[in-house]
Design a binder for this molecule. Structure first.
Ligand code: BES
Ligand code: MN
Ligand code: ZN
Length: 499
């Protein structure tokens, strides 16, 4: 999809489809008023017949409206003007793209960013509109014979802002939205890819490709031999049951002029999680191909940030492996010495995410990080606690947690904080090793984070549990690209602060 911004008036737009808002109780928005005038009250007439009231989600397509050059006029219900918030704006944008697509128009001109959204400026409205539209039109057809869905989709959307001044002011926001969209698409494509075609080796190859497309990004792949030298025995304890070798992928993006400390993002890259010897039930096990979505988010964030050219230093780390049962697999009760020197009793081989993350988190210290944020489809318990609406957030540094929560609010990609209290740590006691890899039924998301916290003492750290948010389950299962919008917003905010 191509996006652009122009300034201009609605009644003059020469387009296949002009999109304007109608508020609840048939109230005309500013753009609608202008069209009404130009068309000698055609709009008022139609509205008075009651075809559209203006409730959110409603729409009405008119053709051959007199007095305007647009071929089609698409009216979108926008609800009550004073109540328009982030969520409603999203619904409006999503309704508009769905309707535009059903008209068959190849391009459209939208006045919807002209709506007043509570506490949001025009840049936000443009950026979010691009994000929501990209989200809504996404399809994954790499493994279908027919590479396009049958209908001819809209190819170009032009947003109209009130003045030339706003047009130039909004251009960076538009570009940011587009860059974010590219990152999110990378994350979703990797997530949706079946596990037989998305192995650790494939991820490593894709990382190298990403490094080739951006001068500012350096990529390094650590193989199992080198992992052994680094004493990453916990990570290797997971991959030892698989015929696919593990890879540790690192991205280094230099955007800041100074040698400032980088933000380090670590993502769980389990390309398939069978549970290992503690094998999972077979129902919906296919969805465990999404267990690398944390790793895929690292790809997406690095790509978006590099595309934006953000003035920040960023490191991405992805431990990638399969979790398989086999005669070489870890057995419950096995003990391993992690890279940190702490010993781990593996009581359940299905709690593998923390086993690969702990060594990756230890490895992170060498980047002298400003902060470390890990992203992982870590616990089913998080889905029980928060459902699919919020990402779980736990941190050893409250200001960092605040920043992430705030970024999530702005980006429409929210997280919710859970406590990381010392009281929970007892649940991880082991009679044979320094720590056990599971903490019992209670507070599973928290004890998982407690486990990780034993490897992050040296720096400010936050953990995002995306088990509920990384993909949508069921018949229309699909990776969502979350929490890439949250993380990119966090990094953008950090850049603004530094200015
Ligand atoms: N990848 C899973 C977590 C998961 C499960 C995410 C379902 C999304 C949906 C993780 O590796 C796992 O298996 N966790 C176990 C931990 C348990 C053994 C302590 C879980 O949540 O059941
Ligand atoms: Mn597991
Ligand atoms: Zn897992």
């Amino acid at each position: 999809m191509e996006f652009s911004i122009k300034s201009g008036s609605p009644e003059k737009q020469r387009t296949a489809c002009l999109v304007i808002g109608i508020n609840e109780k048939r109230k005309l928005t500013a753009a609608a008023k202008a069209v009404d005038e130009a068309s000698k009250k055609r709009l008022s007439n139609v509205l008075s017949k009651g075809d559209i009231d203006g409730k959110i989600g409603q729409s009405l397509l008119l053709r051959e409206v007199p007095g305007i050059p647009a071929q089609r006029l698409l009216l979108i219900g926008c609800g009550r003007e004073k109540e328009l918030d982030d969520k409603k704006y999203r619904k409006i944008i999503e309704a508009s793209i769905k309707q535009i697509n059903s008209t068959g128009a190849a391009e459209a001109v939208s006045f919807l960013p002209d709506l007043n959204v509570k506490d949001r400026d025009i840049e936000w409205k443009i950026r979010q509109a691009v994000q929501f539209i990209n989200h809504a039109i996404y399809e994954f057809r790499d493994f279908k014979s027919e590479k396009r869905s049958s209908k001819k989709p809209v190819r170009k959307i032009t947003f109209i802002v009130p003045s030339r001044l706003e047009q130039s002011q909004c251009k960076p926001a538009l570009d940011q939205g587009i860059a974010l969209g590219k990152g999110v698409k990378i994350t979703r494509d990797l997530g949706n890819r079946p596990a037989n075609a998305c192995t650790p080796t494939y991820l490593a190859e894709q990382a190298v490709q990403l490094g080739k497309s951006f001068k500012s990004v350096k990529v390094k792949i650590i193989d199992e031999e080198e992992m052994q030298k680094l004493a990453m025995n916990s990570l290797l304890s997971v991959s030892q049951g698989s015929a696919q070798p593990a890879k540790l992928i690192t991205f280094e993006y230099k955007g800041a002029k100074s040698d400032g400390k980088p933000v380090v993002i670590v993502g769980k890259g389990v390309t398939f999680d069978t549970g290992g010897i503690s094998i999972k039930p077979s129902a919906a096990m296919d969805e465990m191909k999404f267990d690398m979505c944390g790793g895929a988010s690292v790809f997406g964030v690095v790509a978006a940030v590099a595309e934006m050219g953000l003035a920040i230093n960023l490191v991405g780390v992805v431990p990638a492996t399969e979790n398989m049962p086999s005669s070489t697999a870890t057995k419950p009760g096995d003990v391993f010495t992690s890279m940190s020197g702490q010993t781990i009793e593996v009581l359940n081989t299905d709690a593998e995410g923390r086993l690969i993350l702990c060594d990756a988190l230890t490895y992170c210290a060498r980047f002298n990080p400003a902060v470390v944020i890990d992203v992982a489809t870590l616990t089913g318990a998080c889905v029980i606690a928060l459902g699919k609406h919020a990402t779980g957030l736990l941190s050893n540094h409250d200001p960092l947690a605040e920043d992430l929560l705030h970024a999530g609010e702005i980006a429409g990609d929210r997280a919710w904080q859970l406590p990381l209290w010392a009281e929970y740590e007892k649940q991880l006691d082991s009679p044979f090793a320094d720590v056990a890899n599971i903490g019992g039924r209670e507070a599973g998301t928290i004890t998982a984070a407690c486990f990780l916290s034993k490897f992050t003492r040296k720096y400010q750290w936050a953990h995002l549990d995306i088990a509920g948010t990384a993909w949508v389950s069921g018949k229309n299962k699909c990776a969502t690209g979350r929490p890439v919008p949250l993380l990119v917003q966090y990094l953008m905010n950090k850049c603004e602060e530094q200015k």
